[in-house]
Design a protein around this ligand. Sequence first.
Ligand SMILES: [Mg+2]
Length: 194
Amino acid sequence: MGNGWIGVDLDGTLAKYDGWKGSDHIGEVIPKTLKYIQTALSEGIQIRIFTARASCPEQIPVVKRWLKSHGLGMLGVTCKKDFQMISLRDDRCVQVIPNTGITLEEKIAKLEEKNTYWSLQQFNEEGKNQVLTERIAELERCCTKADQRIADLDRLFSQSHTKVKELRKQLEQYTDRMQNDIDCVVQRREGVGF
Ligand SMILES: [Mg+2]
């Protein structure tokens, strides 16, 4: 980790804070943050307590005493950021996604909005059933249309078949008449001695 350090705020981050009660008062330790610091220290990461209290030199001993009572007497106390600061844990920080100006809260809100949409509209059982019901209704409408179309085609085919039969009959009658005419002509020719 080199000379890098991680800043951890005091009031509201490492110690419970519910309003200013004087420079001598520091709230109860917050176990999760304490655990984070202990783990970081065990991994060789340098931690500094980053608190506005350090802007008043007379308050630093108060902070140091409180830290010592929680096994953190070795930690530096500062209110200054420098180039070695790796990150900062602070209840007042608003994290900005680098080079975008977009805050993490805004990003999370957008993702939650999307998730809400998907979970309600698509992925929960109710939404899924609704989508399936609509899909089935659509398919049933398509089937009804297809049935109607098949019935139309059957009717057309039947009409065409009847028409073909009529035309065939007419053709047969016409052929018979033609044959009669030919027979008559042949008989006349024979009658006049051609
Ligand atoms: Mg704070």
